[in-house]
Design a protein around this ligand. Structure first.
Ligand code: CO
Length: 166
């Protein structure tokens, strides 16, 4: 089972590099990430969260009420357009015990590649758009707590230190 890195692990702050080879090793990583994500009851997981600095993430909203299970794989994603705004209470497997409201784009277009390297385009909104933006941030070393106001972030860090020291 892949270990999920926890904040403040410095590897979570690094920028990931594009995937260039779409081989069995990549497919194994994607499959192992799905196993780790489901095991941890998460709805999204980015490669840097398991210590692989590659531009890819997976999402399955199935654990959220009203959503059916479907595994999405995004490799080398690029968010091309964003419009409107949506506020959602986010959490992260790398920041356990913390849930805070973050403002994101409501409607997005994302270009990416599938596990075989085939280019894809998705237009989406709602929770899937939120999750894509959250996971995409991981690829640039940004956590959702980095998107909070400085005051709010300090409060969260204080609370988090108590959680992780338990
Ligand atoms: Co996260």
């Amino acid at each position: 089972m892949l270990d999920i890195l926890k904040y403040p692990d410095p590897r979570l702050k690094e920028k990931s590099v594009p995937v260039e080879v779409f081989d069995l090793e990549l497919h194994t990583l994607l499959d192992d990430m799905a196993t780790a994500m489901y095991h941890a009851n998460g709805i999204g997981l980015a490669a840097p969260q398991v210590g692989k600095l590659l531009r890819l993430f997976i999402i399955d909203l199935g654990l959220q009420e009203g959503y059916t299970q479907r595994l999405y794989e995004f490799i080398n994603p690029k968010i091309k357009h964003g419009a409107g705004s949506i506020s959602f209470e986010e959490g992260c497997l790398s920041v356990p015990g913390v849930a805070e409201t973050v403002k994101r784009k409501a409607d997005i277009v994302v270009e990416y590649q599938d596990r075989h390297g085939k280019p894809q385009t998705m237009t989406t909104d709602g929770l899937l758009a939120v999750a894509i933006q959250h996971e995409n941030d991981h690829l640039d070393g940004t956590l959702f707590v980095d998107r909070l106001s400085p005051l709010k972030r300090r409060l969260v860090q204080k609370k988090y230190k108590k959680v992780v020291s338990l």
